[in-house]
Write a new protein. Structure first.
Length: 341
């Protein structure tokens, strides 16, 4: 098995720096677009055979060092009682957003068996991988899920979420606690199904100050990482726009902390502490640049990592639609070649 990803998560020496990319299965690949022409996102997620097939698409095409199960961070919202739709051109829409304490009270804390289709996809993918590379499971973090649930979809300024946070902190903490408990159970089930590492995606948390993160978010993220620390797999803690809160995220938990492209990798790692592994941190838009520019940036990130054990090469966020496939492949090859020990 190619286990350099798992070794890097544990800060063990590797033969070269491992690479995987967030959203490595997705719209930039023609294979994925062909499936999406026939199935909705929810159909792909809820059909284990299809989710496994999508998960394998980038593994079959590129020399990546890890697979990540194809799913969506918002899947737990439905069994909790929210009406979720992926509207064409609009992204996710929640038709009954959580705007007051009564709505928070109505949300169910589910055990997670309602999401067993994801576990089915994990089991099927592990069989298909047959040890080629490790498989990562994942879930959305409480703040990001709460923001979607309150806003009713994507948001630029998180007005409704912050109104509840500041105006009714008791309701906010109850909501975050419900999400934290559901996510912990959901990730535990993914690990039992065969996920060899799990990542907590806090995609929207960068809108918070360090003080607000510490008060309104950190205790709930800690609950998740404390609940999973004895499961025996690496735990990855990812957010974007998080330079101001990296120290607080480290305190919240995770064996590996994600760094986005807004901070130099060496400076971000110093903030996180060298007793943790880090993941990152190429700007996803850099993959649209000419190959010499991609190589310059890859080389800079690797130089800043300084051959220190515990660096996993990734983008600062997901691969964007329209990204040239030959640039994706070239970037992976560059990392492997330039980081050979």
């Amino acid at each position: 098995m190619n286990d350099r990803f798992l070794k890097a998560c544990r800060r063990e020496p590797v033969d070269c720096t491992p690479v995987w990319f967030m959203r490595q299965a997705g719209r930039y690949m023609s294979e994925y677009r062909a499936l999406r022409a026939k199935h909705s996102i929810l159909e792909l997620c809820k059909t284990p055979e299809l989710a496994a097939q999508v998960t394998m698409q980038p593994i079959d095409r590129f020399p990546l060092d890890a697979a990540i199960i194809f799913a969506d961070i918002l899947l737990p919202l439905e069994p909790m009682g929210l009406s979720l739709e992926f509207a064409e051109g609009e992204g996710p829409v929640i038709h009954n957003p959580v705007r007051d304490r009564a709505a928070v009270d109505r949300l169910k804390v589910v055990e997670g068996d309602e999401l067993d289709y994801v576990c089915g996809a994990i089991r099927q993918t592990r069989r298909m991988l047959n040890g080629r590379v490790p498989l990562i499971g994942f879930a959305g973090a409480p703040f990001t899920l709460a923001s979607y649930a309150i806003e009713g979809g994507s948001s630029r300024n998180y007005q409704h979420a912050k109104q509840m946070m500041y105006g009714d902190p008791a309701a906010w903490h109850k909501l975050m606690d419900k999400f934290a408990r559901v996510i912990t159970g959901y990730l535990r089930r993914q690990i039992k199904a065969g996920a060899q590492a799990v990542q907590l995606f806090d995609s929207w948390v960068g809108c918070l100050s360090a003080g607000d993160y510490a008060e309104y978010v950190k205790p709930h993220v800690q609950l998740i990482f404390d609940g999973l620390k004895h499961e025996g797999v690496p735990l990855i803690h990812f957010g974007t726009g998080t330079t101001a809160i990296l120290r607080q995220m480290r305190e919240a938990g995770g064996d590996v902390i994600g760094l986005d492209w807004r901070v130099h990798l060496d400076e971000g790692w110093a903030m996180v502490g060298h007793d943790r592994a880090v993941q990152g941190n190429l700007d996803p838009l850099a993959l649209f640049a000419p190959l010499p520019e991609i190589e310059r940036r890859v080389e800079d990130i690797l130089r800043r990592a300084g051959n220190r054990p515990g660096h996993i090469f990734n983008l600062g966020h997901g691969i964007l639609p329209g990204t040239p496939l030959d640039h994706v492949e070239a970037a992976i090859d560059m990392v492997h070649k330039l980081s050979q020990r």
